[in-house]
Design a binder for this molecule. Structure first.
Ligand code: AMP
Length: 286
């Protein structure tokens, strides 16, 4: 595995793969690699001849400095994990590479998809995400790029960006990977103390409750379902709900009456740590 820190060093390596007509798969991450990142790497390795992983904690997608400062960073351990996973190129740029001095170009998607759900409580977050992903796409020039459905809104927004900007990159959205008790893997889970980690399972339990109410009991009133989820989570001390929403896909519009395909999405603080999760249900299919 090659560890590369600058664009200047990365370009000739990527060009060599391109000249040899090798397909390039790309997995952008913010590091603190965990099994869900590995599932994306595995998918890329299966479908592409060269897998590039980037690790970059993007400052402009954090709207809270404390959240940025406390974001877990395990660069040495990450390099070992990536090597063991069979990654071909690990790109770990510094801020000066991604945001050259006087850089003032940002990529912003207007409209409801960026203003809904996490867009409400994290203003500017998706502008930061889309800008950095667009830059990384220009740097790596992959054929396919892999994102996880745990961050479904992000995946939808990146797919839209690629479509809107006529980019040839194939965006592959992969299923959410969960720990044994159902908690979705997240680098932020590292910030949970033991007691909080135990409480965090309530997020998945609330999603399972919603699934049961909608699929088994045929409850179609979205307010009723989210109300029950609120109640379940509020009962757990040390939690604070940012949002729980039932929305349509891919428009992310609030749904009143549940039918066809919906996403139940939520963001919950467990102590100081904000976790997000979602499930997608297809009522028509059962
Ligand atoms: P991050 O390092 O948190 O920015 O995540 C990098 C990529 O891994 C993103 O595409 C995330 O959606 C994906 N990812 C993170 N956690 C999970 C998970 N539990 N299941 C599936 N994908 C995930």
């Amino acid at each position: 595995m090659q560890i590369i820190k600058t664009i200047k060093d990365l370009r000739p390596v990527i060009n060599k793969y391109r000249i040899n007509k090798k397909s390039i798969g790309f997995v952008p991450t913010m590091g603190a690699l965990h099994p869900a990142h590995l599932s994306l790497i595995k998918a890329s390795k299966k479908e592409c001849e060269c897998t590039v992983v980037s690790i970059y904690v993007n400052p402009i997608q954090f709207n809270d400095k404390e959240d940025f400062d406390s974001y877990p960073r395990n660069f040495n351990a990450d390099a070992q994990i990536a090597r063991d996973a069979g990654v071909d190129i690990l790109f770990m740029p510094g801020d000066e590479e991604i945001y050259p001095k006087d850089s003032s170009t940002f990529v912003e998607i207007s409209g409801h998809v960026t203003n809904a759900l996490c867009g409400i409580s994290r203003p500017g977050h998706f502008r930061g995400v889309v800008t950095v992903v667009c830059k990384l796409f220009n740097i790596v020039q992959p054929d396919k790029a892999y994102f996880g459905m745990k961050d479904a809104q992000q995946g939808i927004i990146i797919s839209k960006m690629v479509n809107d900007l006529n980019s040839p990159i194939d965006i592959r959205l992969m299923p959410t990977v969960r720990e044994e008790d159902g908690l979705a893997y997240s680098s932020r889970n590292e910030n949970l103390i033991d007691e909080e980690r135990k409480k965090a399972v309530i997020i998945y339990q609330a999603l399972c409750h919603a699934k049961k109410r909608i699929m088994d009991d045929k409850e179609s009133d979205a307010m009723k379902v989210t109300g029950e989820m609120y109640e379940m989570i509020s009962k757990t001390e040390g939690t604070e709900i940012d949002y729980i929403s039932i929305v349509s896909l891919p428009k992310l519009e609030d749904v009143k009456k549940i039918k066809d395909q919906v996403m139940i999405a939520m963001a919950v603080f467990i102590g100081e740590t904000r976790l997000i999760d979602n499930i997608i249900l297809n009522v028509a299919k059962k």
